[in-house]
Design a protein around this ligand. Structure first.
Ligand SMILES: *Cc1c(COP(=O)(O)O)cnc(C)c1O
Length: 463
């Protein structure tokens, strides 16, 4: 029988995370405070625990994963690497397509790979409560799950449109003991002000982040911290277990070389988790095409400038050097809620500036078409976010067919869509339309960047 999945034993879990900041050919630019000066670890201390801040600013290549974290990760890791044989056959492609199935975690996505270590480090630091935002509800449910494992309280601000469209994720959060508010909410000053000005707003991740940060720093006991599910360096670091496992599994499958690596990109964490260990190879001379895929309605990497911008709408977070549509950007309410963030992780943005990765954008109908093809060949029902990666995989597999090349394509199947079936329903009923961000809207939303400091766009020119 031909092998469909390559599994690793529990004791083959990676013992260290990989930090791309150690290998970037042009060093990462520091976050800036309101005065335009680099933000030091001390200034981040009201928001994050110091043990995670140390990881955030680290340029060590390898960081040890604590034994207790490994034990918690082993609930669902190592995740299986699948060969998508049935899709290959349906496409008649000579390409060999592999995917990491991150849908096997209890919340159903890659997000607990960082939720669990973040909760654990906060607990170690003496914190009692975490606040966070969530888009589609994936991150809120992942953090609620992680908090329940280590014994922390969890408060989640959920983007209003998703709160309304996706009641099941709120119920998952509640099952794990978390508390969930629709954002903007009456819980914070930021939420109250936005509700007063725009009572019908669908909300955005930027707004929800402002609320969650405010809820953390305004707790006078000092026992509350904030937790972010993507974008930051330590979050991407924690996700690298995906790519590190994938490399071991590809070796077991007998693959000597990977040609194409693909992941969907919202804040950049699942893409980074798979891609960063391969970017390391590329920096060291390997020839690999690496594609982050985003929606045309929220084209952060493909069309937005590389700039200094806030991570949230109220400007509470430091300025990060990243591709950004502007911190007040509110995207069209497409169903891939997890891909609606205005910014992109600084590490992913830096890799794009350097030319190490090649961003792509896809309209949503093409993604649902790909997800349906996937369900009818591979069987698994994909999250709408994941569908963006699948659309790009199909394009690459068809390209390989035209070129007659036996390429090896690896992608991150970031999560299942069993809680997103309402979106499939809308697609089947023909209610979804494509949306391309108008140039005029893009110019309007990025105008806020004009008065902020500008990062350097220097690159080595090697890629
Ligand atoms: C949250 C989410 C994403 C997008 O977030 P990233 O930080 O870019 O990974 C993608 N896929 C799934 C299933 C998600 O839950």
């Amino acid at each position: 029988m031909e092998r469909t999945k390559i599994v690793l034993d529990d004791n083959e879990l990676p013992r260290q995370w990989y930090n791309l900041a150690a290998d970037l050919p042009t060093p990462l630019q520091p976050p800036l405070g309101p005065d335009g000066q680099p933000v030091g670890p001390e200034q981040l201390a009201p928001v994050f625990p110091m043990n995670l801040i140390e990881q955030e600013v680290s340029t060590e290549r390898w960081i040890d994963i604590p034994e207790e974290v490994l034990s918690l990760l082993s609930i669902w890791r190592p995740s299986p690497l699948y060969r998508a044989r049935r899709l290959e056959q349906a496409l008649g492609t000579p390409a060999r397509i592999y995917y990491k199935n991150e849908g096997v975690s209890p919340p159903g996505s890659h997000k607990p790979n960082t939720a669990v270590p973040q909760a654990w480090y906060n607990k170690q630091f003496g914190i009692e409560r975490l606040t966070t935002e969530t888009g589609a509800g994936q991150w809120g449910s992942a953090l609620s799950f992680a908090c329940s494992l280590v014994g922390l309280e969890c408060k989640v601000f959920m983007v209003r449109i998703s709160f309304d469209q996706k009641p099941y994720r709120r119920l998952m959060m509640e099952a794990w003991g978390g508390t969930c508010f629709p954002s903007p909410s009456e819980q914070t000053k930021t939420g109250q002000a936005i509700l007063a000005a725009t009572p019908d707003t669908p909300g955005s991740l930027g707004i929800a982040i402002s609320e969650a940060v405010e809820a953390a720093v305004s707790d006078s006991t000092g026992k509350t911290r904030y937790s972010l599910g993507s974008v930051l360096n330590h979050v991407l670091l924690h996700q690298t277990v995906i790519g590190l496992e994938a490399k071991k599994q590809l070796e077991k499958a007998g693959e000597k070389k990977v040609d194409v690596v693909i992941g969907c990109a919202g804040g950049g964490s699942n893409f980074a988790g798979l891609a960063f260990p391969f970017i390391c190879d590329k920096i060291n001379g390997a020839e690999i095409e690496i594609y982050p895929v985003e929606p045309t309605s929220c084209p952060t990497l493909t069309r937005a400038p590389f700039a200094y911008d806030h991570g949230d709408v109220a400007g509470m977070t430091p300025l990060l050097a990243m591709h950004s549509l502007g911190h007040a950007f509110v995207p069209e309410p497409i169903h891939a809620g997890g891909l609606r963030y205005h910014g992109m992780a600084p590490l992913v943005s830096a890799a794009a500036v350097e030319g190490l990765i090649t961003p792509r954008a896809y309209p949503q109908l093409k993604c649902y078409e790909a997800a349906v093809k996937w369900a009818r060949t591979e069987g698994f029902i994909s999250a709408p976010e994941t569908a963006h990666a699948i659309a790009a995989v199909i394009d690459e597999a068809e390209k390989a067919k035209q070129e007659g090349k036996e390429k090896v394509i690896v992608f991150n199947w970031s999560g299942h869509g069993l809680v997103d079936l309402a979106a499939y329903d809308a697609y089947f009923q023909g209610k979804l339309v494509d949306h391309e961000l108008a140039q005029e809207e893009l110019e309007k939303s990025t105008a806020v960047l004009d008065n902020l400091p500008k990062p350097s766009t220097a690159k080595t020119g090697k890629w």
